[in-house]
Design a protein around this ligand. Structure first.
Ligand code: FES
Ligand code: FES
Length: 150
């Protein structure tokens, strides 16, 4: 039995240890805010926090997250009012929306470690997460807004 904490709740599973975390989040727990994009560590749609670190959930196995604290977009804020979520609304950031939970989770890890990043630091940090709709300018503005207003 593998144990971990997901969005503050204890979770046990008898899934195979090599199962990617993303599968368990979406298929076992119904936490579908974390998206399956490429499944190959190339897009960032599946970004969650593992012990506070932005991590691709498609690329990490259950065995690697045993006893870890995992946070998904559903657990970022109890009421959906994390400064980034408010800034995302204010800047009308999403287009199709598919990449955006991963973008927010990656941005949240940045602001947790660097509350006032420069534009260059934001651009550098966010470049692992792809947006096929090209919302990058709005993503950057939203992160800057959240950094200013939080
Ligand atoms: S789905 Fe995980 S990086 Fe693309
Ligand atoms: S908003 Fe469509 S992929 Fe980013």
């Amino acid at each position: 039995m593998l144990r971990m904490t997901i969005n503050g709740q204890p979770f046990e599973t008898d899934a195979q240890p090599d199962t990617p975390l993303l599968w368990v989040l979406r298929e076992h727990l119904g936490l579908t805010g974390t998206k399956f994009g490429c499944g190959a560590g190339m897009c960032g749609a599946c970004t969650v926090h593992i012990d506070g670190e932005a991590t691709f959930a498609c690329q990490i196995s259950l065995a690697e997250v045993t006893d870890a604290k995992i946070t998904t977009i559903e657990g970022l804020s109890e009421t959906g009012d994390h400064p980034l979520q408010k800034a995302w609304i204010a800047e009308q950031t999403p287009q199709c929306g598919y990449c955006q939970s991963g973008q927010i989770m990656r941005a949240a890890a940045l602001l947790a470690n660097n509350p006032t990043p420069s534009r260059d630091e934001i651009t550098e940090w966010m470049q692992t997460n792809i947006c096929r709709c090209g919302t990058y300018p709005r993503i950057i503005r939203a992160i800057e807004r959240a950094a200013t207003e939080s």
